[in-house]
Ligand binder design. Structure first.
Ligand code: FRU
Length: 475
């Protein structure tokens, strides 16, 4: 189905209640609805937004187009949770209902203040000639939402209309924002703004890195201090694939180093991908209840068609991960609270079902593990002594790149990450996804899969230890 511009820019309140009910029923009947991931009730989810912990609750929003599996008029949808496992859906968080955000309440973040959440986001505005103006806005939420006038209108001199996705934080009594941007020479960059009061903002300039020409746009930056290091997350668009690297349509990765806060120069190592799988983009971090650095990503990518599109919905968020820097390396472990979802441990030879956690200690050397097996369908994780290989080419129905011929090395249904040895795999299977944590958080590989309803078996013939716990639903 081709969506006209008019259909994609239809506001929720213009849609008859019956139409919405039909859409909800269509989505609810989809065999690929997830059991314990945040997913949209209808339509398309993309970036996580406004992730924070405030007054005993986690708040999380996501980019949402309610009416179908396409990128149309974006809302923020709001969910909350006491434990990052069980989510309550509060409905629309930000509606695109002012001239500044008339064509989408785009991505942004939140910072917990004493008595409200301070939100920073991008208002996407287009004029009658479809010319875009991005506005950077603050808003306040304490049960109801109040929007302020923009603190940055249009692109600063030297940058194009692609300026968006403010990530907000406060430090020593001052507020900061890091913002994704495109220079006029069509290279990606990150900008920094500062404010004494979150009202009057001034542009500091670019966050300087060693990556002067690294893709045509950096989306969804995030910047934080962790375990003595500074970490910049960026989503560069336009990096051609190189061998096994950068095989997804767009990249999401990090620079680890030291930031000089006088000059805003980040001295860093190589850009590294956050996830070695197929479906991961636009992650956002926050500080958790215990002061830990938590990350949630979008388990999807732009410019792709997914098998759930025909059921009126697309995408979900990843499980929360806890970040740390150990021995100069970034580690990502699954949120420890997830163990509370485990049922009785069972042998991997029994029927595992669709929703489970699997822990494999494979022993030394190469191995092969098949998940979600049913007849000809399986998803394979194997190790050949050099590469950990995630092969979803026989998993069932498959997502596809929209831009055929975009770049020879993009796409495909096999991903490989270099590892010296595999001591442990911790795998979370939900109805239509797998998230694989390698060697206690050294690497993560995430992928959506769309198998038939009986893809419930695990095939493990090695000698190592393999345990399965069924996981319940949390909605
Ligand atoms: C990333 C992104 C952001 C933008 C949002 C719009 O996926 O393109 O840059 O704010 O999605 O939904």
């Amino acid at each position: 189905q081709a969506w006209s511009r008019e259909q994609r820019y239809t506001a929720l309140e213009q849609v008859p209640a019956d139409t919405l009910r039909e859409l909800q029923a269509q989505v609810a009947a989809s065999p690929w609805r997830q059991g314990y991931h945040v997913q949209p009730p209808t339509g398309l989810l993309n970036d996580p937004n406004g992730f924070c912990f405030w007054r005993g609750q986690y708040h999380l929003f996501y980019q949402w187009f309610p009416l179908g599996p396409v990128h149309g008029l974006k809302y923020w949808r709001h969910v909350t949770s006491p434990d990052l496992l069980h989510w309550e859906d509060l409905g629309v968080g930000i509606a695109p209902d002012t001239p500044y955000d008339s064509h989408g309440a785009y991505s942004g973040s939140a910072w917990p203040l004493e008595d409200e959440l301070l939100i920073a986001y991008t208002g996407n505005h287009r004029d009658a000639a479809w010319q875009r103006t991005p506005y950077q806005l603050t808003a306040h939420w304490n049960g109801t939402l109040h929007k302020d006038a923009p603190f940055l209108s249009g692109p600063p001199a030297g940058y194009t209309e692609h300026v968006r996705d403010p990530k907000l934080w406060a430090e020593e009594g001052e507020f900061f924002v890091v913002l994704g941007a495109q220079r006029e020479d069509e290279t990606g960059a990150a900008l920094v703004l500062r404010s004494p009061d979150a009202r009057e903002w001034s542009l500091v300039g670019e966050l300087h890195t060693g990556l002067r020409e690294f893709g045509y746009m950096w989306e969804c930056p995030d910047l934080f201090h962790l375990d003595g290091a500074d970490v910049l997350l960026i989503c560069p668009q336009g990096l051609p694939s190189q061998g096994e690297r950068w095989r997804n349509v767009y990249q999401s990765g990090y620079l680890l180093g030291q930031l000089d806060r006088e000059t805003w120069q980040l001295t860093h190592g190589d850009f590294a991908e956050l996830d070695g799988g197929f479906d991961f983009y636009a992650p956002q971090t926050t500080l958790g209840a215990g002061g830990e650095r938590l990350l949630v990503g979008w388990m999807g990518l732009p410019d792709m068609t997914y098998p759930t599109d025909t059921h009126g919905w697309a995408h979900c968020l990843t499980l929360p991960r806890v970040l740390s820097v150990e021995g100069g390396q970034l580690r990502q472990r699954p949120w420890p609270g997830l163990v509370a979802l485990r049922g009785e441990a069972q042998d991997a030879k029994a029927k595992a079902g669709e929703r489970f956690e699997l822990l494999l200690r494979p022993g030394a050397g190469p191995f092969s593990l098949d998940l979600r097996v049913d007849g000809p369908n399986y998803t394979r994780l194997s190790f050949d002594g050099e590469w950990l290989i995630f092969d979803r080419s026989h998993s069932g129905e498959l997502p596809e790149l929209d831009k055929a011929g975009l770049d020879g090395g993009k796409g495909g249904h096999i991903r490989r990450v270099a590892v010296h040895e595999v001591r442990e795999l911790r795998i979370f299977s939900d109805t239509s996804s797998l998230e694989v944590f390698v060697n206690d958080g050294e690497q993560v590989l995430s992928g959506r899969i769309f198998p038939g309803p009986d893809a419930a078996w695990v095939r493990w013939e090695g000698s190592g230890e393999c345990t399965v716990w069924p996981l319940g639903e949390t909605e």
